[in-house]
Every structure is written in structure tokens, then in C-alpha cells.
Design a protein around this ligand. Structure first.
Ligand code: PMP
Length: 282
């Protein structure tokens, strides 16, 4: 694989980042994951906009322009022959003598690589549905910034795996915040419910697109928090993320949701999302 590191395209085993890089020492960095379908980028503009916001919240500058960023994404997709998969991008504050305060001399590091994921759009999990457990949300308080500080979500996935489930929904003050790497939804009758935006959750790029498409399809959307009990009692549940699109959830803490099988609303949203996103892909 060819990867991109600070201005150069290099084979992955020749790529180098300093041991003093603050991404490594402080998790002082942000990232984005953009899906690739038919060799094209899904919602690049959305990811670029969120990256800009994450950087600005941390008083960091992007090392390259948005046009250059798009060109780097496209180049990697081309040289690595990615038909279905994803592009991972990371910006860290860069290398400097270790200090808690942001060092003025640090120059941001930019790294991008691709992952081929054949069958991404046609994932078997979309037909089977996922089983989730609930766990307390023990992350820091600025989850709206997409930082590389992902240890608690990793622990959450391991807790899910240990319980024989696929993923975990995190709960804070009695309400679901989000999944370990996705936004969470329930469906009650004709209404789609997902948590309102705030510092407690990541503002999913897929979430924004799916809510817009749901409204265009005359579906009712409520942005508010909900409990695990309400979710277990819902007709359907699902999650969204750039790499899984719309994915049904069929069981929460061992209780079936609705019929315990993927529901029609999630299936329809997945189809609409994939269709429209493919059309607009760059
Ligand atoms: N919430 C969290 C905590 C995530 O890690 C992700 C995926 N990175 C999402 C939500 C979904 O965001 P997006 O649709 O932009 O991938």
C-alpha cells in the first residue's frame, strides 16, 4: 500500500512519524474516515467541513487546503486501486518537546491511508442486524471533536464482544448518547428518534445526510434523547456511520427490538442513503 505522510506518497513500511509527535504522546490529534464506493468518495465535503471544525476547536491549522486534501484522497484511492473501502485521515499537532501546553513550534502532521473493504455496501450484517449491549459512557466531555482518543470506545467494543454482542450503546444520565463508533436511532411508529446534537456526541456526517434524506422522504424525525428501555420497546433501532452507512440493531441487552429482525425503516433509509450518496460521490 501507498500511504501519505507530510507531503509525500510512500510505501507503508517507509512511512515515518516522530516519537515526539503529540498524536502519539497526548492523543493530540483529530481524524476522519471517508467511505469509497465505486472508487469514489462518499460525502467528502461533509468530512472536510467537520475536520475544519475539529481543528479549529483545538487551535490547529490544516497543513493543506481542502482542494489538496481531496486530491490526496483521490490519488490514494487510485494508486491503491480501492473500489470499495475507506480513506483514513489524521492530523496531529505534530512533534515538539513534551509539554502539556500546546507548543508554538509544533507543525501539524498529516497522515492518510486506505483500507480496501470489498462488500462494504452489501454487508451481510445489514440483513442480519446487530446486537448491542448498553454500557456507561465514560468518555471525556467534548465528543463533538473527532479526536484520536479512542480508548474507551475500544474498551466498549471489547465489553460487547465479551458479552457475545456486536457493539455497545453508551448511556449517560439515563439516556443513550451514541454507539462506540456510530450514532444511535430508534423508530416508533412513523417517527425516527435520535439524540439531539451537543458536546455529548459526535456530529455524524452520515447522521446529517440520513436525517436530511428522511425529511425529504416525508418521514418524521425527532432529535431528542431516549433511554435503553424506550429503545427496547421501539419498533426498530439502527445506527449510522460513514463506514457502515445505516445498520439495523435487532437486540439491546438481550431484549429483541420490535420483531427482533431488521425493520423496514432502516432498510429503506439504507437504500436511499446508498443510492443518493453514490450519485453525489466524487
Ligand atoms: N459517533 C462516534 C463516536 C463515532 O466514532 C462515529 C464514527 N466515526 C460516528 C458517531 C458516526 O460519524 P460519521 O457518520 O461521521 O462516520
Amino acid at each position: 500500500r501507498t500511504v501519505y505522510v507530510n507531503g509525500a506518497y510512500v510505501p507503508e513500511d517507509e512511512a515515518k512519524i516522530s516519537v515526539f509527535d503529540r498524536g502519539f504522546l497526548f492523543a493530540d490529534g483529530v481524524y476522519e474516515v471517508t467511505s469509497v464506493l465505486d472508487g469514489k468518495l462518499i460525502d467528502f465535503a461533509g468530512h472536510a467541513a467537520r475536520l475544519k471544525r475539529s481543528l479549529s476547536e483545538l487551535e490547529m491549522e490544516s497543513p493543506v487546503s481542502e482542494d489538496d486534501l481531496l486530491e490526496i484522497h483521490r490519488h490514494l484511492v487510485r494508486v491503491n486501486e480501492i473500489d470499495e473501502g475507506l480513506v483514513y485521515l489524521q492530523v496531529t499537532r505534530g512533534a515538539a518537546d513534551r509539554d502539556f501546553a500546546y507548543p508554538a513550534e509544533a507543525r501539524p502532521s498529516l497522515v492518510l491511508f486506505t483500507q480496501a473493504k470489498p462488500g462494504l455496501a452489501d454487508a451481510p450484517a445489514a440483513k442480519k442486524g446487530m446486537r448491542v449491549i448498553s454500557i456507561p459512557d465514560r468518555r471525556w466531555g467534548r465528543r463533538d471533536i473527532k479526536t484520536v482518543q479512542l480508548l474507551y470506545p475500544s474498551m466498549g467494543k471489547m465489553m460487547a464482544r465479551a458479552a457475545g454482542a456486536d457493539d455497545a450503546w453508551m448511556v449517560e444520565e439515563g439516556a443513550v448518547t451514541e454507539g462506540t463508533s456510530n450514532n444511535a436511532y430508534i423508530v416508533k411508529g412513523n417517527t425516527i428518534v435520535t439524540r439531539h446534537l451537543g458536546e455529548e456526541i459526535l456530529h455524524g456526517i452520515t447522521r446529517a445526510a440520513v436525517l436530511r434524506m428522511a425529511a425529504e422522504a416525508q418521514m418524521k424525525v425527532e432529535e431528542r434523547s431516549f433511554t435503553i428501555a424506550e429503545a427496547q420497546d421501539a419498533d426498530e433501532a439502527f445506527v449510522t456511520s460513514a463506514s457502515t452507512f445505516v445498520m439495523p440493531v435487532v437486540e439491546i441487552d438481550g431484549e429483541p427490538v420490535g420483531a427482533g429482525a431488521p425493520g423496514p425503516v432502516a432498510a429503506r433509509l439504507r437504500e436511499i442513503y446508498l443510492d443518493e450518496s453514490r450519485k453525489k460521490a466524487v
